[in-house]
Ligand binder design. Sequence first.
Ligand code: WTA
Length: 630
Amino acid sequence: MTEDFDVRLVEDVKTYTPDPQYRKNAWMGDYQKAYDEFLADPDAFWEKMAKELDWISPWDKVKEWNYPYAKWFTGAKLNITANCLDRHVNDTRRNKVALIWRGEGGRERIFTYQKLLSQVARFANALRKIGVKKGDTVCIYMPLVPEQLIAMLACARIGAVHSVVFGGFGAAALNMRITDADAKVVITADITIRRGKAIQLKAIVDEAIINASTVEHVVVLRRREPHVDLHENELDFYEMMDGMSDVCPPEVMDAEDPFFILYTSGSTGKPKGIVHTCGGYMVGTYYTSKYIFDIKDNDTFWCTADPGWITGHSYIVYGPLAVGATVFISELTPDYPDAGSYWNLIEEQKITIFYTAPTAIRMFMKMGESWPDKYDLSSLRIIGSVGEPLNPEAFEWYYRVIGKSRTPILDTWWQTETGMHMITTMIGEPMRPGFAGKPIPGVEADVVDKDGNSVKPGTGGLLVIKSPWPAMLRTVYKDDERYRKYWETISGVYTVGDLAVKGKDGYIMILGRSDDIIIVAGHNIGTAEVESALVSHHAVAEAAVIGKPDVMKGNSIKAFVILRVGNNPSDRLKQDLMHHVRTTLGPIAIPHEIDFVDKLPKTRSGKIMRRVLKAQEMGIDPGDVSTLEE
Ligand code: WTA
């Protein structure tokens, strides 16, 4: 059953074994011991983790598994911000630095835990004052500035469900996310700053809310001096906080109350609103921040993602703050002001744990070793990767040039849906380039064939998770059927949608998506989303989109377009279509290539066979084409 899978297993890869002191000093200690302990009694394992946190009242049961629905820490009451903020302020970390932000031109802002708590409380009170209540949805569409985190934490404080939308999305994508989630408030900024240039953010919100009837207020962080004028119904972020108390009692949340919605691409044109809940997500992100990243009190932790993605939710905001870490964030890009930007920040801030994406690592490789070599990177203790497979060449380079053949690499496999790390090579374990690693303690994963049978080592198949975990998604917002599909595609297990190969000793190599999602520079893009954006252009009759392997971005987007009668192919039209996708979906979804065609390969039932287009494009065998229309 596995012949369909493109197995690229290289078993003779080199193994790197970190210095034994890593394992000795790690919070987790010995991987196998921890894993065995988990398997022996999963609920006891998670209960022990949960007990490291503060709860308003405890749970009746650790887990209720009613396939395919799970509830965790049933009956327990909590507020995650009490764990991310108050717990540290009441303890010894009141004056510890929680957050350091670096902007362009050397600008720096620092928040201690006390200061962050006060700001969050004041903004939370301000949101309450304009009528935001527990269960209301708030859309956050902001640049990577401290106020973005403050807005998220303030929502969490009062039990409002946030839906953070990455600031790079275009107006149509934002509109869909605002309306699907029935957002009552949109929090944004006038501008975002990219490579020395101001990009108008609020202009996109203005367009996105035209038909969004649920939106009552738009809150604007005004960064520009002098301040831009506000429209009617718009509120200034800081003016709202004027006169607000810096005490805001945390809303009492049930462990299973919805915590946030985060949209991710699916195989239809409509993104999925992944719903996470309060208790399990808190335990999962706390556990992995502490035991997988091994964050210690004197670490400075830098995750280069944006809070608009799950990586930012879990490993900029909630996980690291729950463990009381010092979190570093920056609005700078890796190539601005020059290609040494990130290395300069690591030296300047003495970053100890650095977490980035393979696409960035490959870009660093291209820019050359001379850039990192100019800086002192000796503060680094652990370096991580997420978002797509870390290919062996990129692993070797990252390990040698950035890690100085010393620091372990954590190649973490997980998803928006999983909420937390699931597979990696734990600190101190032997690392095998190309392999993400093994399931972490707390997670049961396997590689199976289409019928769900576990494949033999050395064989490829579908990656699945075999039992529920606390930070798992609970549903897809307003579309529970799409949730059930994860658990029903192969009966009894959670099908993640990735192809993988089982190596020896339980190591897993992730190959990439098995569905219609293309991962471009670490961002998930649905082929259907790009197709419907193209078809919304007046000149386009039909479109098909495929992912093409790309050395830098992992994949690039290629579109095949049939024009409506009366339109002629031209370079100008191509540019116009690219621009159209940019303004509707955003720059991350722009096709890199567009071909104008007269026909698309379809099944007799009319479905576009993207597989055939891809095979043609790459000069490979398209496989079974018996369903292809004449
Ligand atoms: C891919 C990002 C290989 C995978 C946290 C997954 C990876 C999708 C890795 C989820 C990794 C993520 N190695 N592939 N270490 N990490 N992926 O929802 O295809 O944005 O299904 O979550 O990214 O992307 P998402």
